[in-house]
Design a protein around this ligand. Structure first.
Ligand SMILES: Cc1cc2nc3c(=O)[nH]c(=O)nc-3n(C[C@H](O)[C@H](O)[C@H](O)COP(=O)(O)OP(=O)(O)OC[C@H]3O[C@@H](n4cnc5c(N)ncnc54)[C@H](O)[C@@H]3O)c2cc1C
Length: 395
């Protein structure tokens, strides 16, 4: 059996669904999404959902900023509430990272991003009890916050279906089909084929194995992320998301008042098999979080760890996504989101739709060439001009 589509999207995660909706919203009609399991059952389901514009690479900061009004107005745009909580976002740095903080904020302001330096007094109002004496500088984005990646993906899916996008679940692709040096579609595990004008590969950490079936090497690895939940002994009030670059951790308030603690120290990354990993943090990670959290929140009344889980960041060598044509005609890549993919997902959809339909984008301050596949082979990775010492390239 053979099916056809003008645009075949492989991967029903947040990015594939954002792309499907955006293509339909921009006027494309014949779109099919194939998902091997159920929608958003990949790494989207593990996302911390942080929304911030604090990036060193201007294109990435601009994509985040473009996405903020989308989250704010999701009900009007997609017809559904995506669970975005605009609690704000703060980044705090030690003395060794004050210069990069200043330079990044200057760049972000030039892009129009609403961000201000704040002092310990303002921070104490935003997050009572938070220790700030080792922060030499803090920057606050009042329009940042935290969303729900699963709800967002499902919101894109529902809106895409309303615009005529076909979505098939339990439809595992086993290989890309090629003809005369061009990708022409995909073969599914049940033997059926889909022939397509363009194949968009948005399969998160599973992208390399699928791309390899068309002879394309994609430099994406699955980096282990361990997340830990803590009950302070009393519910945490509405506080901003905190990137604590002095202790190299990030903290968010869970809807039930617990604290979600994630690691921002990427000096010694560990990799995993996205199909076979232990879905809980190890004792070493838990011990580190307890020490760091005890330092940052010294007055927790009766803290205890309530749970943990593990996800995989699909990381590229420069910790920035690959969005653009593959070196084989007919194949377009949207992968390697390296822990940034939630906050930029609305802009990713728009960027890919723009490039596929018009060959250029009108997203302000976004240079699509920044995300090109070829940059690694060219030795021109997308790096922040003002990186944070100790924080790796994820900023
Ligand atoms: C622990 C963690 C925390 C994060 N926190 C944040 C954050 O705070 N802020 C932020 O902006 N971003 C964050 N991210 C990143 C963001 O969540 C991801 O970039 C985004 O959800 C990835 O979406 P995706 O569609 O690219 O990948 P996925 O959600 O992994 O989707 C890929 C889909 O492809 C499907 N698939 C795979 N192989 C096949 C096949 N052969 N055939 C058909 N389908 C296939 C999979 O089943 C999966 O559903 C985080 C990520 C993780 C892991």
């Amino acid at each position: 059996m053979t099916d056809t589509a003008e645009f075949l999207i492989i991967g029903g995660g947040l990015e594939g669904l954002a792309i499907a909706w955006s293509l339909a919203e921009r006027g494309a009609t014949d779109i099919l999404v194939l998902e091997r399991a159920t929608l958003c059952s990949g790494m989207t389901g593990n996302s911390s959902g942080v929304v911030r514009c604090h990036y060193g690479a201007p294109s990435l900061a601009a994509m985040s900023w473009w996405s903020v009004p989308f989250f704010e107005n999701a009900r009007e745009i997609l017809g559904d509430d995506l669970g975005f909580s605009q609690c704000g976002y703060v980044v705090g740095v030690g003395a060794d990272n004050l210069e990069p903080l200043r330079a990044n904020v200057v760049m972000q302001r030039a892009l129009g991003i609403e961000v201000d330096f704040i002092g310990p007094g303002e921070m104490a109002e935003l997050w009572p009890g938070l220790r700030t004496d080792d922060f030499a500088g803090m920057a606050y984005e009042p329009r940042g916050g935290r969303g729900e990646a699963y709800l967002t993906g499902m919101g894109f899916a529902a809106a895409a279906r309303q615009r005529g996008v076909r979505i098939r679940q339990q439809a595992k692709v086993v290989k890309l089909l090629t003809d005369a040096g061009r990708v022409i579609g995909a073969q599914l595990a049940d033997g059926t084929e889909v022939h397509a004008g363009t194949v968009v590969l948005a399969a998160g950490p599973w992208t390399p194995e699928l791309a390899a079936t068309a002879g394309v090497e994609v430099e994406v690895k699955a980096q282990r992320a361990q997340l830990i939940l803590i009950d302070q002994g009393e519910p945490l009030g509405p506080v901003p998301v905190l990137s604590d670059l002095a202790s190299l951790q990030y903290l968010c308030r869970e809807p039930n008042g617990e604290v979600l603690a994630g690691n921002s120290d990427h000096a010694a990354p560990e990799y995993l098999d996205p199909d076979d990993f232990v879905n809980r943090a190890d004792a070493h990670a838990v011990d580190k979080v307890i020490a760091k959290l005890g330092h940052r929140l010294p007055h927790m009344p009766d803290p205890r760890v309530t749970g943990s889980y593990v996800g995989a960041y699909d990381v590229t060598p420069d910790y920035n996504p690959i969005i653009g044509p593959a070196p084989v005609p007919g194949l377009f890549l949207a992968t390697g989101f390296s822990g940034h993919g939630f906050k930029i997902s609305p802009a990713v959809g728009r960027l890919v739709a723009d490039l596929l339909l018009h060959g250029r984008t009108e997203l302000p301050d976004v240079d699509p060439a920044d995300f090109r596949y070829e940059r690694f082979a060219e030795g021109k990775p997308l790096l922040s001009p003002h990186p944070y010492r100790g924080a790796g390239e994820m900023r």
